[in-house]
Ligand binder design. Structure first.
Ligand code: 6YU
Length: 499
């Protein structure tokens, strides 16, 4: 009989693990995952911190409702808390707004009453919603979400009294800093306007994993044979179309070379490496090289940096009901460029702090969020330097010069990770949702019985409507698994018969 097809998967993030599990369930027996680093999970990464666990990458299930496959699996495996399972929770429509009212600190050390900025905050979310209503027919391809917001701000600000105008502008700057974190970009001026609304949100109030996000990856991985994942196996090059020496070519069209010299042959390879890795290695990761259309898509799509700074405090200086602390720099405005001197001004990009809970299990921990070049600069500093900057910042904003420094710190450094190169993707000015589809196209482009599927592409950045999320990543892995499953109907038939 025929040998069962061999599948190599490059990368053990949730897209790679998800793809492996799906083909395995459908009768494929020869599956191997090659992972560059010493761990599985990729941008899902749970670490010990303070008295408990903290997420260095993905933190929430965005839109935990039945349509969300990450939520589906997590509830099936009993990995989410009771609140998230409540039906009411699954029906909440946050529409991209943060559900809680933040505590707002200003750079002059005063707390700002949220009702003072309620109007401008509501306006901001209205504009943001409007920015999702464009299509390629109703806006110019070089327009950005940032410039759209600026136009709205300018129009509206003509009616503001002088006494509220300055505070409004400062708040808007702060909200845009938050938006940079959401989109994983240096500036909203880099995020394309026309396709912005293609990103789709599920209903449901975001929830977290009590035993860590990695508990989900581990649970999926547990369904695979033990030796499926090879760690510390960075892939250097993928030869396809039988383009390698000593090729018993009809047997295996693809060969993967690792940095350590090991090689693996296979019928199919699913590439799940982050867009940040592809951006650095697009020219020589494949041989024959990627088609020009795909190289273009890789170049044009956006992949930015968003990092977390976790700070543990001996005692909370915030009120026990606080869930989010927003920082507002007086005198700042969304209409002017941010300061260029990163060394002096990097902390100004910090959008705010989420208060992590539950303090009973974790301790008193704030999680700061920072995107863009400032965040990349932060990665180059030492822990001591970051602690010292954070301490001065919090002393300034709380108006308490005696505020004790945090007792420990942990931060992510996604930009400097050689196999990630940033945090997540966005549709940048100059690109469109179509580029995402081009990125997802398998090779070879023209296929027939003599030239079957060889190289397939999955990963967060390949899902047109759900990029930048764990569910988008999982869907992309399943999508490519299905592509392979469809090519071998007899395998599926055998599995169904065995059941
Ligand atoms: C989510 C959230 N979340 C915070 C932060 C980050 C991300 N995301 P992987 O990278 O996991 O796997 C690839 C593997 O390949 C990896 O292990 C590599 O080592 C390996 N590899 C690379 N090169 C290789 C080679 N040469 N050889 C072998 N192996 C190689 N998502 O749902 N909720 O709260 C957050 C957040 C700091 C960094 C997130 C969140 C994104 C997800 O983490 C991410 O998409 C997936 O884990 C990726 O999985 P993967 O398998 O594709 O790659 C309107 C509008 C706008 C748009 N955005 C709105 C959504 C907001 C996103 N929210 C993010 C927020 C947080 C806090």
């Amino acid at each position: 009989g025929r040998r069962t097809p061999s599948v190599l998967i490059v990368g053990s993030g949730i897209s790679g693990i998800g793809a492996a599990e799906k083909v395995h369930k459908n009768g494929f027996q020869n599956i191997r995952i090659l992972e560059a680093t010493g761990r599985t999970g990729g941008r899902i990464r749970t670490q010990k911190f303070a008295k408990g666990l903290a997420e260095m990458g993905a933190q929430w299930i965005h839109g935990p409702s039945p349509e969300n496959p990450v939520f589906q699996l997590s509830s099936q495996y009993n990995l989410v808390g009771p609140d998230a399972l409540r039906e009411e929770n699954q029906k909440v429509d946050v529409g991209g707004h943060p559900p809680d009212i933040p505590v707002i600190y200003s750079s002059s050390g005063k707390e700002i009453n949220p009702t003072l900025v309620e109007n401008v905050t509501n306006l901001y979310y209205e504009w943001l919603e409007k920015s999702r209503n464009f299509t390629k027919d109703t806006c110019s391809p070089d327009d950005s979400v940032g410039s759209f917001m600026r136009r709205e701000i300018l129009r509206s600000s003509k009616e503001w009294n002088k006494d509220v105008s300055e505070l409004n502008m400062a708040i808007l700057r702060a909200l845009l800093n938050v938006e940079c974190c959401v989109s994983g970009t240096h500036s909203m001026d880099h995020v394309a306007l026309c396709p912005f609304g293609e990103y789709t949100m599920f209903l449901g109030l975001d929830c977290t994993f009590p035993k860590g996000y990695e508990s989900l990856v581990n649970r999926i991985k547990a369904n695979l044979p033990n030796d499926t994942v090879l760690l510390n196996k960075p892939v250097k090059r993928i030869n396809w179309n039988g383009s390698f020496q000593g090729n018993d070519s009809n047997a295996h069209p693809v060969r993967v070379q690792c940095e350590d010299g090991d090689t693996f042959v296979a019928d199919h390879v699913i590439v799940t490496v982050p867009l940040g890795f592809l951006k650095k290695h697009a020219d020589d990761f494949l041989s024959p090289p990627l088609p020009p259309s795909k190289k273009q898509a890789i170049k044009k799509l956006g992949f930015g940096t968003m990092n977390k700074i976790l700070l543990e405090f001996e005692k909370p200086f915030w009120d026990p009901n606080t869930t989010y602390i927003q920082l507002v720099w007086e005198g700042d405005s969304p209409l002017t460029e941010s300061q260029k001197d990163l060394r002096k001004h990097w902390v100004k990009k910090l959008s705010g702090f989420v208060v992590l809970d539950p303090p009973g299990q974790l301790g008193h921990v704030l999680c700061g969020f920072m995107a863009g070049k400032e965040s990349e600069y932060m990665e180059t500093l030492s822990d001591e330097e970051v602690v010292s900057s954070m301490t001065s910042l919090l002393r300034q904003f709380t108006g308490n010069p005696e505020l004790p420094p945090p007792i420990s710190i942990l931060r992510s450094q996604w930009h400097s990770q050689p196999y990630t190169g940033g945090s997540y993707s966005y549709v940048a000015v100059g690109s469109s949702g179509n580029d995402i589809e081009v990125l997802a196209e398998p090779l070879p482009k023209e296929r027939n019985a003599a030239k079957p599927l060889q190289v397939l592409f999955a990963g967060e950045a390949t899902e047109r409507n759900f990029y930048s999320t764990t569910h988008g990543a999982l869907m992309s892995g399943w999508r490519e698994a299905q592509r392979l499953i469809d090519q071998y109907p007899e395998l599926g038939a055998a599995v169904r018969k065995a059941k």
